[in-house]
Design a protein around this ligand. Structure first.
Ligand code: PEP
Length: 248
């Protein structure tokens, strides 16, 4: 049985004060659920959010990391620096990073391996653009992204990864893949994991759906057999909306 995981991706939102206020307003509800709940904050908020969620069931996530440990890499943050703060999850390969910051499958793979080496759990994002979907390339795209991101990742480490299937055309657009469509692609990703690893590991890895998830569509999405949670952008910024998804 895979434990559902709902992660909020705050993107470029929330000052420290706003972040702590939001965390304080969701903590009690999060403590009542069996679902695993993570907030992925901007780097600047991580330390204070860690203090705010101390002793609760809410987990801390980051939105990115760099694959080197130290060095002349102005502006970057290492896995060890995140670990030191108490970060447990880190989003890797989000489509916005692939699109605006030129991340490639190769750099995503380096980041996944570094996160695992340092004891962080990657939330690995894969998903097709609208153009790719319309050209019937969805399965090819998610297969390639998954294979390349997991290159040289051991079976033991693979089970610590959460995959987020996020069709790029559904992120921040209000358009959602139908729950059946999302489940079909996610089942396919599970087949790919079976090819790379084995049945047990493929059944163990949690795969989220992401793309305009809201309280009104969360139940339907979460009822699908292969969908193990959601990566939530816009709706994670407000307590009542995020809790509406957590309590799907
Ligand atoms: C995301 O940023 O990962 C995301 C899914 O955003 P939204 O929920 O706003 O579509």
């Amino acid at each position: 049985m895979r434990r559902p995981i709902i992660a909020g991706n705050w993107k470029l939102h929330k000052t420290i004060n706003e972040a702590v206020t939001l965390v304080n307003s969701i903590i009690d509800e999060v403590n009542k659920t069996d679902v695993e709940v993570v907030v992925c904050c901007p780097y600047t908020c991580l330390s204070e959010v860690k203090k705010a969620l101390a002793g609760s069931k809410l987990k801390l996530g980051a939105q990115n990391l760099f694959w080197e440990d130290t060095g002349a890499f102005t502006g970057e943050v290492s896995a060890e620096m995140l670990k030191e703060i108490g970060v447990e999850y880190v989003i890797i390969g989000h489509s916005e990073r692939r699109q605006y910051f030129h991340e490639t499958d190769e750099t995503v793979n380096k980041k996944v391996k570094k996160a695992l080496e340092k004891g962080l759990n990657p939330i690995l994002c894969v998903g097709e653009t609208l153009e790719e979907r319309e050209a019937d390339k969805t399965f090819n795209v998610v297969k390639n992204q998954t294979l390349l991101a997991l290159k040289d990742v051991s079976p033991l480490d693979a089970s610590k990864i959460v995959i987020a299937y996020e069709p790029v055309w559904a992120i921040g657009t209000g358009k959602t893949a139908s729950s059946q469509d999302a489940n079909t692609v996610i089942s396919y990703i599970r087949e790919v994991l079976k090819e790379i690893y084995n049945d047990d590991i493929s059944e163990e890895i949690r795969i989220q759906y992401g793309g305009s998830v809201k309280p009104s569509n969360a139940t339907e999405i979460m009822q699908e057999s292969d969908i193990d949670g959601a990566l939530v952008g816009g709706a994670s910024l407000e307590a009542h909306q995020f809790l509406g998804i957590v309590n799907f």
